[in-house]
Design a binder for this molecule. Structure first.
Ligand code: AMP
Length: 419
């Protein structure tokens, strides 16, 4: 038997209501903050991701699903959305119609990571990109939106971590400082970190190796070496978060996996999902639009992992969904009434009444079992003596009450089942 590919998952009908519930909240909150939805293709030219995310990142270095199509163009299934949204922003000159463009998305992503709880090879993210303003208030908005969505889902065990990476100049200065500090400790670093020392020293902070972490504990911190502008922006972010009643902690090691971040970075961590505990992450990326061929344009954004959030919701029992029910199950007593049943069902269905009936020629008893199983609010009994008198029997399944209704009067059925 052919099975689903490692690291991918079917979302089965029993799980769909939870996804829909989350998506509804996501769409509602984005609408409240006046964000417009964008959908981009599942694959892009490989160069887009290599150039924007950075060659030395895990995503580009190890995790991308890259293949050549029949015309030998290198394509990649999108591992994240920012590069794709910025590509669309530049390609369609979205910035000429509006100076600040606020976009959101819900989309599958693809990374060839080692699968484990909360980490998949196809997973889903929702997120936002706000392109066109350097204001730290927009960075605050990113945290407000993601926090609001997580809260609306009923999550409690959350912590917000923030850091600032400063301007590109600050980063360059800081990289030199860090290199100086690490120079005589280089031999003690892990192999990955030794390589990163030469290619992109900041990335060493992403190392999960304990001995690396120990060395980094004493390293100079970027946050202590910020330029005035980044420092001021960071203060504004902190002040506004306090005003918004969003508790946060500073995390100087939060450099995030991607190359294009500047100034604010943040993550929201859940205490209820195990080791893969980042529910969402984001930050400012003032250089990316220029890097991808647009005019220099400041921007900020975030992405959140839906599977991980739903796992946190499940572990915290943060919301429950009433099992979907149907309005009416039609029980056919006489076999020859099949055509009549399908006709009545259609009349009701086209009035947005959720109706089902038996397609398997089952006995009346089996049909009754099916009516109960599908949690029907009402059952219609069609046939027998009542049918001879030109009537059908509508039974309220909750209180057992029955009423007789003339056969062709579906209006009366609709009236009767109104809540
Ligand atoms: P990133 O784009 O790496 O900052 O990821 C943003 C969010 O997406 C993370 O906080 C996770 O919730 C989620 N995420 C990232 N990678 C995966 C993955 N392989 N499987 C499931 N969720 C993921």
């Amino acid at each position: 038997m052919i099975k689903s590919v490692t690291g991918t998952k079917d979302i089965l009908p029993s799980n769909i209501p939870r996804w829909k519930y989350l998506e509804k909240i996501v769409e509602q909150v984005f609408s409240d903050f006046n964000y417009k939805e964008i959908r981009t293709p599942v694959f892009e030219e490989t160069a887009l991701f290599a150039r924007s995310i950075g060659e030395e990142t895990d995503i580009v270095g190890k995790e991308m699903y890259t293949f050549n199509d029949k015309s030998d163009t290198s394509l990649t299934l999108k591992p994240e959305m920012t590069a794709a949204v910025v590509r669309a922003y530049v390609e369609h000159s979205l910035g000429t119609q509006q100076s600040l463009v606020k976009l959101f998305y819900i989309s599958p992503m693809f990374r060839q990571e080692r699968p484990q709880a909360g980490r998949f090879r196809q997973f889903h993210q929702f997120g936002a990109e706000a392109i066109g303003s350097p204001s730290p208030l927009l960075d605050v908005e990113m945290i407000q939106i993601s926090y609001e969505i997580l809260k609306s889902l009923g999550l409690k065990d959350l912590s917000v971590k923030i850091n600032s990476l400063g301007t590109p100049e600050t980063r360059e200065r800081y990289k030199k400082l860090l290199k100086k500090f690490l120079k005589d400790k280089k031999n003690k670093l892990s192999e990955d970190s030794r390589r990163r020392f030469d290619t992109n020293v900041l990335r060493i902070f992403d190392s999960k190796v304990e001995s690396d972490q120990k060395i980094l504990n004493d390293a100079p911190k970027l946050i202590d070496n910020l330029d005035e502008e980044s420092k001021n922006d960071f203060e504004i972010v902190k002040e506004q978060l306090n005003k918004s009643n969003i508790p946060f902690e500073m995390d100087p090691s939060l450099v995030r996996g991607l190359d294009y971040y500047t100034k604010l970075t943040f993550e929201i961590i859940s205490g209820s999902v195990g080791s893969q505990n980042a529910l969402c992450g984001g930050g400012r990326y003032d250089l990316l639009i220029e890097n991808l061929g647009g005019k220099p344009t400041p921007a900020t954004g975030f992405a959140a992992g839906i599977e991980r959030i739903l796992l946190a919701c499940e572990n915290e029992s943060s919301f429950s969904i009433n099992e979907s029910e149907i309005d009416i199950y039609i029980v056919r007593i006489d076999k020859e009434l099949e055509a009549f049943v399908i006709d009545l069902a259609l009349k009701l269905r086209t009035r947005n009444i959720k109706v089902d009936f038996d397609y398997l020629q089952r006995s009346v008893k089996a049909q009754m079992r099916e009516a109960n199983k599908s949690k029907a609010r009402f059952a219609i009994f069609m046939g027998g003596e009542e049918y001879q008198q030109g009537k059908l029997n509508l039974k309220n399944m909750q209180n057992g009450k029955e009423v007789l209704i003339p056969l062709n009067s579906h209006e009366e059925i609709i009236n009767q089942i109104k809540v």
